[in-house]
Design a protein around this ligand. Sequence first.
Ligand code: NOJ
Length: 542
Amino acid sequence: MGDIPGITQQLPYLRKLGVDAVWLSPFYKSPQADAGYDVADYRLVDQRFGSNEDFDHMLETAHGLGLKVIVDLVPNHTSDEHAWFQEALAAAPGSRERERYIFRPGKGENGEQEPNNWNSIFGGPAWTRTTNPDGTPGEWYLHLFDTKQPDLNWENEEVREEMRSVLRFWLDKGVDGFRVDVAHGMIKAKGLPDWEGAAAMVEGSISEGEATHESPGGSGQDLSKAPFFDQDGVHEIYRDWHQLLAEYSGDRMLVAEAWVEPAERLARYVRPDEMQQAFNFDFLLAGWDAERLAHSIDSSIEAVAAVGAPVTWVLSNHDTVRHPSRFGLKDPTTFPKGIAAEDEQPDAALGLARARAATLVEFALPGSAYVYQGEELGLPEHTTLPAEARQDPAFFRTGGAERGRDGCRVPLPWTASAPGYGFSLNGPQDGAQPWLPQPAAFADHAADVQDGVDGSTLELYRAALAFRREHSLGRGSHLWSAAHNPERGVVAFLNNGVLVLTNMSEAGIALPSGFALVLSSAPVQDGLLPSDATAYLVPEKA
Ligand code: NOJ
């Protein structure tokens, strides 16, 4: 599964890649029912990943290299193996222990029905019934995700105080920030009212995107109105945390994982007294389509400008099909919940070309950008994982209807010729296998075969990130250029004097005169930028 000493060892690779910070998904003590998003102890590194001392050493090494470290905070729910939940199960209804979670009596004569009709985002009901110490059926508890992830009760001051203390624990260690999991979900509407939309929602976050873009299988409902998402009360929590972070020296930050729409609702999370960043999933969901991309750029920039925050661009993460695979589907705007062998298989070469082009757009936009591990190698999704290898609770809770997120989480290949492609340090000695099997195609993507190779995706990312830094593109501004024509598949904008030109049309397009080509995602021949490519150009010196 990888470990913290392994991260420390590869920090120089990240430094060379040209990123400023590293965000780590949860490494806390956990039974791993949802890849660590089920935390059993918020202050302890899980043994399988190392120790708290390993973390301290990693943090110190990162800081020594000029890299910041962002840790994942999971405040919406704990693991059912967290001491608090175990205490709650052992305690009586109405007790202080139960008040930390959302326990309710069931409906029906004998309390045999769920307290409301909410569904889990991973499929199935959002409620599980407890068993009393005497063996009789007891109250139900709410879990927006897996049954092993009981939701905390954020109306309870003790919960708020505990999470403040967790923030302080990691801030005291010196972490630079937190990625806040399900930042839109902690407060539920009063009375926990039934909601018909829940029945159609499988992966809440992802369905939300589908609803926005009406892609096949989408619920078509406005999921932002769900009584468990984007309630106004969440902002009080972020205003509180903002102040807490401000007590610390340096530049500490919070980034929201909040699948809310429209863009104006998302912008509320990055008001001046709340978080510093919020992932802009609208851009991720736009797919490979000039008009949708242009519209997403416009609306995202406009919405955050109103609150004085940067946009936080992202194309892939651990919950979504990797963008080289999405963009290689017949409809490159679709958003499948994982891909299996029996599903449509992406065109790998086409998808990679488009992914490289989209990444150059992302890096040239003003604001922040996040790179998902292995993206810099052009890694595709593992689209043929056998059911036996799958781990995602969403796969199991939907009876396999959702393929799940394992395909984007497969350990990345460091060296083409080593067992496990060099991922597991112990692999060659003790035969340890990576926690998810790697596809054969990963050999061609291994970091060692791309390192120093002109035109490789790794070198493209390094060059683009260096260029972004050199021209301060993250702090620049966005202006559509005269060449911009999304109806015809041309996306073109200026940022700090740099012209960014993307060709999403079927034919090559001529590079404009008066500009010199600096970098392109595909070779330019005879002055033509080919289809599915992006170029960076700078004004020619007179
Ligand atoms: C969002 C995380 O990104 C995802 O991986 C996780 O399953 C859910 N939140 C629940 O914590």
